[in-house]
Design a protein around this ligand. Sequence first.
Ligand SMILES: [Zn+2]
Length: 218
Amino acid sequence: MALLTAVLELTGYLRSPLLPDLAAHSLLLGGRLAIDFANIPSYPGAPAHHLSWEELIVFLRDSRIVSEDRGVNLLALSGSDPDAAQTLLSRSVRLRDALRKAFSAIVRKEPIAQEWSDPINQILRITEGHDELVFEGTSWKMEFKAREGGLDWLLAAVARSAAEIIVEGARARLRTCANPACGLFFSDKSRTHRRRWCSMAICGNRHKVSSFARRHAS
Ligand SMILES: [Zn+2]
């Protein structure tokens, strides 16, 4: 346990849930964007059904949906435009909870309820738009222009990733961590398809240590 704590402190994962800031980090071990999103807030001991504005922004920053600077600006939004922040946060929680239900069903080889696709479709619809050529000082680039304003486009890539996983179904090789107290989702991309843990450092080693202790106690 002391070793685990040391590992987590070193990697910056162990932070008080009461003091989230942009120095905190999301655990991105799901292997795909929508899986990592379903896992947030994903640090050990995080209350599973809670999600703060800060934790959402940290995820958007860590998964490179927004830049560090944009993350800092967004963080301030909960003070400057609380309604906009609250709307995005509620949409995010609704999307995350639907993904958890759909992904659990895929893991258990059960059917996915129609209603779980609603929050995904809602984001896909809102984030309709088009690409536009934009000249940036020295070169041209393509930039996505959302049809509607607002912040929902921040969830567009997550919704698209989620839709792809649901279409793939069993082929997405979705799993939940073998530690029953953990429950994080991941995509098993290992060659042998026998990955058991969200992370060896967090849950795999803990399991090894406890079975070692059990063997020596008996
Ligand atoms: Zn785990």
